[in-house]
Ligand binder design. Structure first.
Ligand SMILES: NC(=O)c1ccc[n+]([C@@H]2O[C@H](COP(=O)([O-])OP(=O)(O)OC[C@H]3O[C@@H](n4cnc5c(N)ncnc54)[C@H](O)[C@@H]3O)[C@@H](O)[C@H]2O)c1
Length: 372
């Protein structure tokens, strides 16, 4: 406990300070102030004291925590203030941090100080991921063939986003995007090869259009390979880095998309394993994400060819209804969350992995017996 004198009205208030694992908690009269440390501050604290701050001990029930969180709270940068009452103990509040009851209200910072380059981030899954990365403390370079949309997205995402024009089928564009990232931010920590296109050619293999095949391969496969190549060029000297690619459930099972598209996405899953085998000795992790169908512009534009009479809402419903997990739909944010996890230190020992975001779709084949 300490004593605090307010210079203006000479009031003397009791206060106490508790250093938690990730926060400083100050209780003063009827208020409890909580300051959440940034990742940088945390490492500075750990360095100065060379020990972890103490963990709080007291257990608390969910009902008790709900009582606290319904009390008025406000967030300003990393500071919360909560009006306390005699029934709320500091230790109880401290425990609520451990239970992460406040995580939804505070800024996450899993990528503090990291620099990411995301291809195909002008819209859709890439844009969602760029947004997620930035709210987690990263600086993001958006590389996309759509110049106007990409520039507008970067403007919307603010000072920590920038845009570089890039057609991933052109190796020089990919190389330039990597160099732009390094010259602007001094490093590249996360390379996310997300750009991809659908294939709108006749479905039968007999009619396969090999010119269209080459075009889709040049973006979905060659573009990702170029991204891996040029990211490795700058990551190997630092002996660190994270490379991500967007694959798809259509690359894991037959029959979910046209051959050309499925083949390209199978290749992405294979390329990740092949390259992870080499890059692991440089401390670089390589993973991919295989999402289920998501009604982004990409999927809707393709479906419009098959169902020209249906509007976007009806097409989105069709996509969502194809999923197997009741009560949830696959959304860009689900892929962004998977990408955040793989890019963060939470996944520090995960490499060569295909993280499937499909609500169980590719793991399930039902016999459909009546009543089951
Ligand atoms: N939406 C889905 O159902 C779904 C499911 C599984 C996987 N995917 C994959 O997710 C990734 C993103 O898809 P999305 O749904 O967000 O689509 P989207 O069309 O909304 O976004 C794709 C982005 O890639 C960009 N792009 C296209 N060609 C490019 C090129 N040559 N160079 C650089 N950028 C280029 C586009 O301009 C666009 O901004 C793709 O790889 C796609 O194959 C999508």
């Amino acid at each position: 406990m300490g004593r605090h004198t307010d210079g203006h009205n000479s009031q003397v208030a009791d206060f106490s300070i508790l250093v938690l694992e990730k926060a400083l908690l100050v209780s003063c009269q009827q208020y409890i102030y909580i300051y959440i440390f940034s990742e940088q501050q945390l490492s500075a604290i750990h360095e100065s004291y060379s020990v972890q701050p103490p963990r709080p001990h007291q257990e608390s029930t969910r009902e008790e925590l709900e009582k606290i969180t319904t009390a008025s709270s406000l967030e300003e940068n990393n500071m919360f203030s909560i009006r306390s009452s005699s029934s709320i103990s500091r230790a109880l509040l401290a425990r609520s941090f451990v239970m992460r009851e406040f995580c939804a209200q505070r800024k996450e910072s899993k990528l503090e100080g990291k620099v990411a380059l995301i291809t195909g981030a002008a819209r859709g899954i890439g844009k969602e991921t760029a947004t997620k990365f930035i709210t987690n403390g990263a600086k993001v370079v958006i590389a996309d063939i759509r110049r106007d949309v990409g520039q507008e997205t970067a403007r919307q995402l603010g000072a920590n986003a920038s845009f570089v024009a890039c057609d991933v089928s052109q190796e020089s564009d990919v190389s330039n995007a990597v160099d732009y990232t390094v010259s602007t931010h001094g490093q590249l920590d996360i390379m996310y090869n997300n750009a991809g296109i659908a294939c709108r050619t006749p479905p039968s293999v007999v009619d396969l259009d090999l010119a269209a095949f080459d075009k889709v391969v040049s973006i979905n496969v060659r573009g990702a390979v170029a991204g891996i190549k040029h990211a490795s060029r700058v990551m190997i000297p630092r002996q660190a880095g994270c490379i991500l690619c967007t694959a798809s459930v259509t690359g894991m099972m037959g029959g979910l998309a046209q051959h050309t598209y499925s083949i390209t996405k199978s290749s992405v899953i294979g390329m990740v394993k092949s390259v992870a085998a080499e890059l692991c000795k440089h401390g670089i992790r390589v993973n991919c994400i295989s999402p289920f169908a998501i009604p982004t512009a990409f999927a809707l534009e393709e479906m419009q060819d098959y169902f020209p009479g249906l509007d976007a809402g009806a097409l989105a419903d069709m996509v969502h209804n194809a999923g197997v997990l009741k009560g949830a739909n696959c959304e860009p944010s689900d892929v962004a969350n998977a990408a955040l996890y793989l890019a963060s230190d939470d996944a520090k020992y995960i490499s060569g992995h295909n993280l499937v975001v499909d609500g169980g779709f590719t793991s399930i084949k039902s016999l459909n017996f009546a009543g089951t």
